[in-house]
Design a protein around this ligand. Structure first.
Ligand code: CP
Ligand code: NVA
Length: 312
């Protein structure tokens, strides 16, 4: 168990790690993925057994399966908590929950609402805390997306990523990644749904460019990516958003303005006919299934790094 006096590394935002750490993580994820594909056991968490607590205050398919399967594959164990089946739903302070849970497990993954909530948990935790999605950021997803890009096309440095749609947790995280890893995000959102570079802590305004027309944002892009029009927690705005986002559907015409070999990504779940056409998400440029699978490989590398440090 990690001692309270030791320095604990958390992963609450993409900018919590350096470019050098990301270079290590991408190599490590590739190694861990190779082991998985070769059906070779790789169990650094077996002895002593390490336990991951997963806390979900919002729904999930990919995050839950990727963390849970990944932890078992590495020889560890998993505890799964939700708001409904824990005292978190009965207003136990997040700080108290952190103090208790982190005395019993080795690492915690949380999916919640405000970023301030995960920060409060982390500051009272004895063990590393990973952001499994907040209203503001989704760093594990961007970690998987960039790993997927590198697998398919090599380094992302100097490339153009087009973000089409809501200026949400995914978009803010792309901005952080662009600043840190040296690429540019071309952002197009309806007005009123802009990205938040201040919240993302962007200091180099050159890492992103804003376009009114989503087609212009996609022009020459190496990767086109989007997300749902209504994120979890914003369901009451669904109808208003549907009207506002009508022009922000990634379709084949939009993809044609990008590089001929541009990739399409979507963190999923997707709504065909809303933010993306079926032809694009199910078409030859889409890498969404690799992207989803890679959540598991990169998160295994991330947990290994946070718990055991650099191994190679
Ligand atoms: N992309 C993603 O985080 O999916 P889930 O909501 O299913 O976990
Ligand atoms: N932006 C979406 C991502 C879902 C994985 C949401 O927060 O609901």
């Amino acid at each position: 168990m990690t001692g309270a006096a030791m320095t604990i590394s958390h992963y609450l935002q993409f900018k919590d790690l350096s470019a050098d750490s990301y270079a290590y993580l991408f190599e490590r994820a590739a190694f861990i993925k190779r082991k998985f594909k070769a059906v070779e056991k790789y169990q650094p968490f077996a002895d002593p057994d390490r336990t991951l607590a997963m806390i979900f205050e919002k729904a999930s398919t990919r995050t839950r399966v990727s963390f849970e399967a990944g932890m078992y594959q590495m020889g560890g164990s998993v505890v799964h908590l939700t708001t409904g089946d824990s005292q978190l739903g009965r207003a136990e302070p997040i700080e108290d929950s952190a103090r208790v849970i982190s005395r019993m497990v080795d690492i915690v993954m949380i999916r919640t609402f405000e970023q301030s909530k995960i920060e409060a948990f982390a500051s009272h935790s004895r063990v590393p805390v990973i952001n499994g999605l907040t209203n503001e950021f989704h760093p594990c997803q961007i970690l998987a997306d960039i790993f997927t890009f590198i697998e398919q096309r090599g380094s992302i440095q100097g490339k153009v990523v087009a973000w089409v749609g809501d200026g949400n947790n995914m978009a803010n995280t792309w901005l952080q990644a662009a600043e840190l890893l040296g690429f540019t995000v071309h952002v197009s959102t309806p007005s009123g749904y802009e990205v938040d570079p201040v919240l993302a802590g962007i200091t180099n305004p050159g890492c992103y460019k804003v376009f009114k027309d989503p087609r212009e944002a996609c022009a020459g892009a190496h990767l086109v990516t989007t997300d749902v029009w209504t994120s979890m927690g914003y369901e009451a705005e669904n109808e208003v958003r549907r009207a506002a986002f009508k022009r922000w559907c990634v379709d084949e015409d939009m993809m044609r303005t990008a590089q001929p070999d541009a990739l399409f990504m979507h963190c999923l779940p997707a709504h065909r006919g809303e933010e993306v056409s079926a032809e694009v998400i199910d078409g030859p440029q889409s890498v969404v299934w690799d992207e989803a699978e890679n959540r598991m490989h990169v998160q295994k590398a991330l947990m290994e790094y946070l718990l055991l440090g650099r191994l190679a």
